[in-house]
Write a protein that binds this ligand. Structure first.
Ligand code: BG6
Ligand code: MG
Length: 221
């Protein structure tokens, strides 16, 4: 196999934390008297914390100072941390552990490539920190997806070339980031939404090493 590494987005690929992000943003929106629903929450997937807040303020037609924005983002994050601090290993999405074990046996390196600054805490709470050879997250990169920075950083940490990496992503911006990095990309979700990915499956349980080998043979980078 030419694949030397697999890089996983965290939120929506390994764990379903979108529901906790929603609860925390909803709490803030309610407090600010801004209407915010599940459909709006879709727009926040893969988007950084400050950009997410900007979207919510735009929905509510609010214009506020940068210092107040920081205050609101901190408030939201405090509530989010309250939710994720109660996460358990049961919340790892189906197929994830099997795939990670298969990759380990095959000698394929693994990394996280996530925008979230809460990545270390989530990995620790669900008990999978030790599965990853590297973690590239919101604490070590500054440019948001679709910029390829986070995935290129992960490849650099693993000492592999971008063309030797598979990325697993559930967000449109994340798929674009993987392609911008010159990597192979498996979309996790719906094919009509993630149509730029090289291959799309509903969840990691739809993927194994054999399938990755078939997919990589169909990709010309
Ligand atoms: C992404 C999520 O992984 O991380 C976004 O999809 C989130 O919804 C972003 O806003 C930043 O996360 P955090 O935990 O640093 O606020
Ligand atoms: Mg995601």
């Amino acid at each position: 196999m030419r694949t030397k590494a697999c890089i996983f987005d965290l939120d929506g690929v390994i764990v379903d934390t979108a529901k906790y992000h929603f609860l925390a943003w909803k709490r803030l929106a309610d407090q600010l008297d801004i209407q915010f629903n599940h459909e709006d929450n879709e727009r926040l997937k893969g988007v950084s914390r400050m950009d997410s807040l900007d979207i919510i303020l735009e929905i509510g037609n609010r214009n506020i100072s940068e210092s107040l924005k920081l205050e609101y983002a901190t408030l939201k994050n405090d509530w989010y941390v309250e939710y994720i601090s109660k996460m358990t290993p049961d919340e790892i999405l189906p197929g994830c552990i099997d795939l990670l074990n298969e990759l380990k046996i095959a000698g394929i390196k693994t990394a996280i490539g996530s925008a979230s600054k809460n990545t270390p805490m989530i990995l620790e709470r669900v008990g999978i920190s030790s599965y990853f050879d590297a973690v590239a997250d919101g604490n070590v990169v500054s440019k948001a997806k679709p910029d390829p920075e986070v995935f290129l950083k992960a490849a650099e940490m693993l000492s592999v070339k971008p063309s030797e990496c598979f990325v697993f992503e559930d967000a449109i911006a994340g798929v674009s980031a993987a392609l911008n990095a010159g990597m192979m990309c498996v979309g996790i979700g719906e094919a009509n939404v993630l149509d730029r990915a090289h291959f799309v499956v509903p969840g990691l349980n739809g993927i194994d090493l054999k399938k990755l080998e078939v997919i990589e043979n169909e990709i010309n980078l």
